[in-house]
Each structure stands twice: as C-alpha cells, then as structure tokens.
Design a protein around this ligand. Structure first.
Ligand code: B12
Ligand code: SF4
Length: 511
C-alpha cells in the first residue's frame, strides 16, 4: 500500500519543512493490522508530480493508493498523480484510491461525485477506519457498515455513519520517527500530542476534522515524555515542535502539561520546544507556562487575532484584547518568544477596526522585544466552520470568497494583497533565513505601510501606481540595510507588477 502526502505550492512565509505525522500514524495502524506500507511524503521531500509518480512506481503491485488531502490544492496535485498511476491490476478490478484528511472529511459528497477516480474517503480520524478497509479488501468483503467511510459501488456513492473518535490516542501512537525518509532539518522534529481543541472559534475547522468542535483529546503525559525522550535521545533532536492546535487550553490539558514537565525533569530530558495556544489560556494558567519554560519552552504561537473586542466576539475567540496583552507580557517576561496570529482583514473591517489593530500590534512590538507576527492576515471563511452562517459569500462551496462591506477598506485590502504578492512575499523569499531582528523590523514596516494606505488612500489609478512604486523603493531600502547584494539581486529578479504573473513570482514553484 502507498500512503502519499502530495506536494503543493508553498508561500514564502511558510519557512518550515515538516513531515506528515498523520502518515506515520496510519502506517502504524496498517502495520497493526498486518500490512506494510510505503510512505511518500512529497511535500516534505519537495517532489514534483513526476518525481512523486516515479517514486510510487518503484513499488511492486500496490493494492491500495492512499492520499492525505488538507486543501483543494492538495486534491488537485493528488489527482495529477493518480491519473499517472497504473490501476487495472487488482482482483480483476482497479487498484482502489482512498483519500483522507480534513478536506475530503468535510467535502466528501461533492468530491466523490466530481471525481470518479476516487473510490473511498476515510472521514475524520483515520486509523481504525483504514484498518477495517484493509480487512475488507483482504477478505473481498463489502465496505457497508464501516463507520467513517464513504465508498463507491458502480455508479453509486454510499456514505456510512460517522466514526466516534477514539478515547485513547496512545494505542495509535506507537510509530518510529526514525523511519521518515529524507534528511531531517534541525527545526523539523514534530510531535502531535493531542487532537482537537477546546475552543470553538467561528472561522476554524480544526475540531471538525475529528468530528466536533470544542473537544480536546490528549495522548497521556507518559506517551509524550517517552516520545520526546526518543526524539532527543535516539535521534538527537534539539528542538521539538508540538503541532497540537491547543497544547494547553482546558483544565485537563493544563494538568497534563504539568505532568509532562515533571516526567521530563525526572528523566533529565530538556530539548527546546514550541507550542500553540490561545491568549486566555496563558492568563488562566501562568504557573503552567512557568513550569513549561523551566523545561525548555522557547516559542509560543499565540492565537491573538485582533485588537478589537467586537471582532474577537464575532470570531467567537472567547478571549479579550486585555487577555492578549497580559498573555504576551507573561510569556515575554518568562523569556519565551511569542509569535502572534492576527486576523486584520475580514468582511466587517472598517477604518476604525484596522487602525485599532495597527496600534494594538504596534504597542505589543514596542513593549516586548520577543514579540513578532509574520504577515497581516485575512480571515478564511469556510462553509462548515460557522463564521459563514448567514453570510452571502461567493465562489466555491468549501471556502467562501468575501469582500469587505466598507468599500474603501475593500479597495485598501486589494491593494495590500497586491503589495504582499508582488513586493513583500518576493522580498521574504529573497531574504531566505530571516533572523528575529529582521522579522521584527518587517512587522514595524508592515504596520507603517498599512497605516499609510489607510490615511492617504485615494481611489484612482495614479495613486495606486505611485504608492506601489513608493513601497517598492522602501522595500529595496529595507533589503539593502538587512541583506546582501545577492538578496537584492534575487528580489529584483523575482519582482513583477504584471497581475497575470503575480503567482509565478510570489511563490516558489514546487511542482
Ligand atoms: C503540522 C501541520 C502542517 C505541516 C505538516 C503537514 C501534514 N501534512 O501533516 C505543514 C507545515 C507542512 C503543513 C502544511 C500545510 N498545511 Co497544515 N497543518 C498542520 C497541523 C497543525 C497538524 C497536522 C497534524 O499533524 N495532525 C495530526 C495528525 C495525526 O492528523 P492528520 O494529519 O489530520 O491525519 C489524520 C486524519 O486526518 C486522517 N488522514 C489524514 N490523511 C489521510 C490519508 C488517508 C489515506 C487516510 C485513510 C486517512 C487520513 O487520519 C490521520 C490519523 O487519524 C494541521 C492542523 C490539525 N490539527 O490537523 C494543519 C492543517 C491541516 N494545515 C492546513 C493547511 C491549509 C496546510 C497547507 C495547505 C498550507 C499551505 N497553503 O501551504 C499546507 C499543505 C501541505 C501539506 N502537504 O499538508 C489546514 C487545512 C485546512 C484548510 N484550512 O484548508 C490545517 C487544518 C490548519 C488550519 N487550521 O488551517 N501543515
Ligand atoms: S483556539 Fe485555535 S485551534 Fe482552537 S478553535 Fe480557536 S482557532 Fe481553532
């Protein structure tokens, strides 16, 4: 069996190169059922479609092709791979293709109707369902009655009942990270120590992948300590990223975090590590963060989102602006680096909300030299996430296209997107590795440039052309100060202001 994570274009703000933990869990589940599988993590290995196909074709007679799909772009990439695979050789029929991951888990109906090359979709948590699929294939049994599965029979598509997520994650977690193929960059060791999130933010899909929003399930503290010890001791990992969406959030996770610190201390295991969480959590459990810090916590990605309480409540964040200020203070006082998530652009933004966001993030940057954000972000409105309810968006079903109700802000947003794609992203890509200092300077630069647009905006072509040129010159100055001549040359080679070419120059091609 082949388990593949297809490659997609990545934006230059994604500076990490992480492997798919989901594939390791699935291989483990297959192994427990008596099947070996080959993992082809094309995203991690940065393989083109052709290279991915070539890699898959090295294997003799696979009886199942499995693909991890987290977005429509990944589906597109997977379909180009699937079209090039031989499929007419399995028990008198074709070799089945199974998809899993958050996108097919929510979009299975439309997706199976539109693509008859897909035979099966495993919805939500994959381990148990995959095991049953493997047994059904082995015994030539039907797929009816396997919870969590959608399947094709002739021209009909059937959707079985949902599967309840497992209550004990440890039974799935006996994988060996040493079996990942490819060279592991120093900052790429990851662990997923929990699934879901106790939060119910209205724009977020995370909980829905595992069935329901607001539900957090964790591996035991013992499991986490064992795996961290294995990664550091056996494989020499010095920095570990917890990819959990909420490492500490509810009381159970806070208690578990304390237990983990106790175990790591006892075993004298002390790698640096990073986690993700919300602002209210830090404020609620400062003593947990103190303990985590003493154990190696180095970075926290904090879902701050906004400097406006009304916006936070629309996003159902369940934290306040004051919580965020306090959380950043607590963490920075502990000498932990904080990366703040932000949602500055949304359909309800106004000059007032934007200016408030600017001064809020500016204040955090000025007060805390360990605080940064990456770029200024807009909200994604997913059909199933809740924020889309009652919102008349346009475009596809899965993700709704939105426009700001305030026309001026919409025009500024469009201009900012253009600046991002043709100037900021190419500059980031040219800089390559970005030091914390450059990142902070870029934060200040973005806030200043965005504020300049709001206060000086004129809705005419000459203004737009002029401001793009001005910002281009400013970025050249920035790169001259922070980068080498090579960086500047690379930026000039990438940049274009032709709209049709924006995508080409703003993103590195990976397939
Ligand atoms: C770590 C991470 C990454 C890493 C690792 C990627 C990976 N494939 O694991 C990196 C940084 C590379 C990454 C990149 C991207 N990511 Co990402 N990522 C995550 C994160 C935080 C954790 C993933 C994880 O390890 N989960 C733990 C494992 C155990 O769960 P799992 O992967 O979901 O797998 C389980 C099931 O889904 C299912 N399953 C999954 N695949 C398959 C396949 C088969 C055959 C079967 C049977 C079952 C099955 O079974 C698995 C075990 O139960 C999630 C958020 C989340 N909590 O899921 C976002 C998330 C999945 N990513 C997301 C996105 C958008 C992306 C990108 C498309 C971003 C981009 N534009 O570049 C790329 C896609 C590249 C890629 N190849 O995945 C979104 C997807 C939803 C969306 N908004 O569209 C999420 C939900 C984040 C978010 N909140 O927006 N990501
Ligand atoms: S806290 Fe983060 S992961 Fe949890 S629901 Fe909100 S946005 Fe999603």
């Amino acid at each position: 069996m082949i388990l593949c994570c297809p490659n997609v274009l990545r934006s230059p703000v994604v500076d990490n190169k992480l492997y798919s933990l989901g594939l390791l869990y699935l291989r483990n589940a297959a192994r427990q059922a008596g099947y070996e599988s080959i993992l082809v993590d094309a995203y991690f290995l940065e393989l083109t479609v052709e290279e991915t196909v070539k890699r898959i074709l090295r294997e003799d007679n696979p009886f199942l092709y499995g693909f991890m799909i987290n977005s429509p772009e990944m589906l597109k990439s997977a379909l180009s791979i699937i079209q090039r695979l031989p499929r007419d050789d399995y028990k008198g029929g074709r070799v089945p293709v199974v998809l899993g991951g958050i996108y097919p888990s929510l979009e299975y109906r439309g997706l199976m109707e539109a693509n008859d090359e897909i035979d099966l979709v495993v919805r939500g948590e994959g381990e148990e369902t995959l095991r049953y699929v493997l047994e059904a294939l082995r015994d030539s049994k039907g797929f009816g009655g396997i919870p969590g599965l959608s399947w094709r029979t002739g021209s009909k598509v059937c959707h079985n009942s949902d599967r309840q997520p497992a209550s004990d994650l440890d039974v799935f977690g006996d994988y060996d990270p040493g079996t990942i193929s490819g060279v592991m960059p120093e900052m790429s060791w990851t662990i997923s120590s929990s699934r879901g999130c106790s939060g119910t933010c209205s724009f977020c899909l995370v909980g829905l992948n595992f069935g329901k929003k607001g539900v957090w399930r964790g591996h035991s503290a013992q499991w986490v300590a064992d795996h961290v010890e294995e990664m550091t001791g056996k494989y020499g990992a010095r920095h570990i990223r917890f990819v959990d969406d909420e490492f500490v959030g509810c009381e159970r996770s806070a208690d578990r975090a304390m237990e983990i610190t106790e175990l790591l201390k006892k075993r004298k295991v002390r790698p640096k590590f990073s986690i993700m969480c919300r602002s209210d959590t830090v404020r609620r459990y400062p003593e947990v963060f103190k303990k985590l810090r003493s154990c190696g916590l180095a970075n926290v990605f904090l879902g701050i989102e906004s400097g406006n309480d009304e916006v936070l409540s629309r996003l159902n964040k369940r934290h306040s602006v004051e919580d965020s200020m306090k959380a950043v203070s607590i963490l920075c006082d502990l000498n932990v680096r904080v990366q703040g998530g932000n949602i500055v652009f949304h359909p309800w933004m106004s000059e007032e909300t934007a200016l408030k966001d600017i001064s809020f993030f500016q204040g955090l940057l000025e007060k805390h030299d360990k605080f940064v954000f990456f770029t200024l972000n807009g909200v994604d409105i997913f059909r199933d996430a809740g924020l889309g309810d009652g919102y008349e968006g346009q475009g596809g079903n899965w993700q709704l296209k939105w426009e700001a109700q305030d026309e001026k802000m919409q025009a500024i947003f469009s201009l900012w997107m253009r600046i991002e794609r043709t100037i900021l992203f190419p500059a980031l890509a040219s800089l390559g590795t970005i030091t914390p200092r450059i990142r902070r300077d870029l934060c200040f630069w973005q806030l200043k440039a965005f504020k300049g647009l709001i206060t000086g905006f004129k809705d005419d072509k000459r203004y737009r052309e002029g401001i793009l040129f001005e910002i281009f010159l400013e970025i050249c100055g920035f790169l001259r100060m922070h980068g080498s001549q090579k960086v500047m040359k690379s930026f000039l080679a990438r940049r274009t202001s032709t709209p049709e070419m924006e995508k080409e120059v703003c993103f590195e091609r990976h397939y």
